[in-house]
Every structure is written in C-alpha cells, then in structure tokens.
Design a protein around this ligand. Structure first.
Ligand code: FMN
Length: 465
C-alpha cells in the first residue's frame, strides 16, 4: 500500500513523507545538502541523490526516484538478490541495450544485498589515497557517473568514472559493443560518449562531496573531445573542472577508438602532455595535491615503456594504469565477433597486460604507482597482477560475464592467497614476483606465533571482564 501511495505522490512529497527508516534528521540533512531525495535514514549510506545534471523535478528522474523508493522498501523486507532475476535477461539482450539497462538498474541501486569486504589485510593505498581494498571498477563502466555511489555496494574499494570530455559529445555510431562469449571477452568502439565535464562534476559533487565520504574513492578518467583543435587544452580543462570532486585522475591516452589519441603516448607529444598536466596540477596548490596517472595501451614496446616511465618520473606523474583495451587480436580467439573493429577486453588480454605491468614495474624500479587492469576473472588473476607490481586493480568485462557477486569472491580469494603465502597485508605482496620468493613461516614458528597470540588474549581477558 505504501508503495502504491508513493507512486501517486510527486517525488518531493514521496521523499519528504515520513516512512520507515527515514528520520526527521536525515530528511533535514538531505535538505541542507541541497538534495531532494534521501531514501535512507543514514546520509552516509544512501545511494540515490538527485543533483547536478538531473533535477528531481525533471521528467527524466521521476521513474528513478520511484524505483529507488520501491526497491528500498521491498529489499529491506525480502533481501532480494536482483541479479538472479536481472542477470539472465541481460545476457539475452543485445549488448548495448544490456549495458544501458544494467546502468539503469545500478542507478536505482538494484543490486544484491551489500557485502562489505573490509579485512585489515586488504587495506592499501594508491599514491597516498587510502583504499578499503585494492579492487576497483575500471573506466568506461559508468562514463557519466550516473550510478553515483551505488557501485560501491558491490564491495569495491574505488570507482573510476569517465572517460570525461570537456564538452558533451555523442561518441561513435552504433553498433558499439560486441560479446565474444566463447572467449570471455568483449570488443567495444564507443569513442568517448560523454555528457561533458560540467554536468559530471556537478553530479560527483552532489554524490561524494556533501558530505565527504573518504571510504568511497573516486577516480576521474579524462580525455579530449574528438573534434578538439587542442587536445592538451582539453585534458587541462577536464582536470581543472573535476579537480575538487575526484580523489585521483587518469589521463587516457590509449583508447583505440578515438582517432590518433594513441599518438599522445609516444615521444615528445607524451612529454609535453605530462609536463603541462603536471604544471596545471601544481597550480591547484601543494596542499591539495591529488594523484595523477596516465592510462597506457597494453601493446607498448620495451623502449616505449622506458620513455613513458622516464617522463613520468621526471615530471612528477604519480603512476600508470596498465592498461587499456587492445586493438590486436590474439590467435586464440574463436568467437564470430573477433573481426569487429575496436578495443578487445576480457580474458584474452590478461597475459599481455600482466606482462606489460611487470615490465613497467621493472622499468620504474617500483617508483611509480601502478593500477593493473585487463582480463581479471579470478582471485588468482588479481593476485598475479599485484605480484607483478600493481598497488590496486580494476575489473570491467568480468563483471558482465560473472555478475556483481564476483567482487566479494575475488576479494575473499585474494585474502586467502595472501594468508597462504604468509603476507600480513596486500602491500607486502606488491611486486613480489620480482623479488626473492617470500619464505612462509615454518610450522614450528606458526605454533609459536599461535601460542603468543593466545597468551596475549589471556592477559587481556581479566581486565576486560
Ligand atoms: C565497453 C567498454 C568501454 C570502455 N570505455 C573506456 C573508457 O571510456 N575509458 C577508458 O579509459 N577505458 C575504457 N574501457 C577499458 C577498460 O577500462 C579496461 O581498461 C579494459 O576493459 C580492460 O579490462 P577488462 O579486461 O577487465 O575489461 C572500456 C572497456 C569496455 C569493455
């Protein structure tokens, strides 16, 4: 009945009407923060905020508000795992429609009940930005930040939105996305469709800055407009507009779907871009210094890697995201779609991108922070990337094939692998493949450790009582 009543009301009435779990304090705080809708008692946890580009009064936003309201009420009662219903439908739809629909579901928070994986051993950081765990969502999944903070309900430690361009643009013409199910892969040629930095900045500001949420780390992936007369200026404009609202930045110089973009990774062009962005960031003041990365292609040669690494170290760039989709087609591909033009992602690029990660780690002697992405489908894949040199990793294609339960599965598995190999935390394992094998504690030492732990527990127990 409550749900039907809610449908008859305007979104604003619906939001402000007393309902289970919505306190007067939460509603008034929502108002103070310029939000029209606060579906939960706790501002810290609520997923849906309508702000920036979408106003709650707009026709566009009304169905989302109502869906979120309904979802909240039913989910509390039934703990519904929406993916069990939605997943099979998504796989039967054409890939672009499936992606659109998935984002709409995420936009209203229709996800499995949240599972936070917050083991102390998984806490880490990327260039000083603290993460609750080292697994994030890669750029391109939510290009315009429309899902707000709901993606964090998957259990990830960070989300990279974008690629964001300074001016709004449409991107390429459909078809843009192809499944290669036999290869657990995808090919896309989106070419940076973006609502533009102004709208996305306003959205991020509403979702993540009011109030600030340090446990939800947001990256902004930036790129130039396709018709840009000056690409370097475009990166600067995006960095300037988004600087306050994101925790770290990634200049994308490696998408295979924007003509000539990849030229920016090489020689003097790369040096000029890195220097300009570095100077631009200094202009924001050292107190507010935020990490700046470049995202590179997985096909760079050893000499090209060395050049990129040298320029990054010279200009103070914090690290690299390794790497983007590839325009190469491994001979192992069997799916019919393998000849489609665009960037290949998923399982077939795991090996290439992990070897590249290893080379970058070696070339920088571990001085650059690396984010590993490409073909992660299992906890072992995630662990391998970390051992190859990644401080944190990202997933994309595997989420399409395996669904949202993949995130806790990967993180639990990573925790078990770290414990198996005697690492106290994930930081100790970064780049471990390049060093002498870590010696596991001997069984005798383990027994001694156990004895010391129980003695310590005994000492604490009486005073606690
Ligand atoms: C449909 C699709 C769109 C993407 N869009 C972007 C993008 O806008 N910017 C970007 O830097 N990377 C983009 N990527 C690349 C991913 O961020 C990631 O680097 C790549 O997919 C490899 O990871 P995976 O094998 O886990 O998918 C996109 C990938 C896919 C599949």
């Amino acid at each position: 009945m409550a749900a039907i009543a809610c449908l008859r009301e305007s979104p604003r009435e619906c939001a402000l009407r007393p309902w289970p779990g919505s306190s007067a304090r939460a509603r008034s705080r929502a108002g103070e923060n310029g939000l029209d809708f606060c579906p939960d008692d706790s501002l810290k946890d609520h997923e849906l905020r309508i702000a920036g580009g979408i106003s709650s009064d707009s026709v566009e936003s009304q169905p989302y508000i109502w869906c979120a309201a309904l979802r909240r009420r039913f989910e509390r009662a039934a703990m519904i795992d929406y993916y069990k219903i939605v997943g099979p439908i998504l796989t039967r739809l054409p890939p672009e429609n499936a992606q659109w629909l998935m984002l709409q579901f995420l936009r209203v928070g229709a996800l499995p009940p949240e599972r936070k994986v917050r083991s102390e051993a998984l806490r880490t950081d990327i260039a000083g930005v603290k993460l609750v765990n080292p697994l994030g969502i890669a750029a391109g999944f939510d290009k315009d930040a429309i899902t707000g903070s709901t993606l964090f309900r998957l259990g990830v430690g960070f989300v990279e939105f974008g690629t964001v361009t300074p001016q709004p643009q449409r991107g390429n013409v459909s078809p843009l996305l192809f499944r290669l199910p036999e290869d657990s892969a995808a090919i896309n040629r989106f070419g940076f469709p973006s609502e533009g930095s102004e709208i996305i900045a306003r959205r991020l500001e509403a979702y993540f800055l009011r109030p600030r949420r340090p446990d939800k780390v947001v990256g902004a992936n930036i790129g130039p407009n396709s018709n840009s007369a000056n690409r370097v200026d475009d990166y600067e404009k995006c960095l300037g507009r988004l600087y306050e609202v994101a925790d770290y930045f990634v200049a994308n110089v490696s998408s295979p779907n924007t003509p000539a973009l990849r030229e920016l990774q090489y020689g003097a062009e790369f040096a000029r871009l890195a220097e300009r962005l570095s100077i631009c960031r200094e202009g924001f003041g050292s107190a507010k210094r935020k990490p700046l990365f470049f995202k590179i292609a997985p096909e760079l040669s050893v000499t090209e890697i060395q050049h990129v690494v040298r320029i990054c170290l010279e200009t103070g760039i914090d690290g690299l995201v390794v790497g983007n989709t590839t325009s190469e087609r491994p001979a192992s591909l069997v799916s019919d779609n393998k000849r489609q033009a665009g960037g290949l992602s998923g399982k077939p690029i795991f090996q290439q991108s992990t070897e590249m990660l290893s080379r970058v780690f070696q070339a920088s002697a571990g001085k650059l922070t690396l984010i590993g992405v490409g073909g992660i489908f299992s906890a072992q894949d995630l662990y391998d990337k970390i051992r190859a040199g990644a401080s944190a990793c990202q997933i994309y294609t595997a989420l399409y094939y395996r669904g949202p339960h993949l995130v806790p599965t990967l993180l639990d598995g990573l925790g078990a692998l770290l414990a198996r190999d005697g690492y106290k935390n994930v930081r100790q394992a970064v780049g471990a493949a390049h060093f002498a094998e870590r010696v596991k504690p001997s069984p005798k030492r383990e027994v001694e450790n156990q004895r010391m732990r129980s003695r310590a527990a005994d000492r604490v127990a009486p005073s606690a009582a």
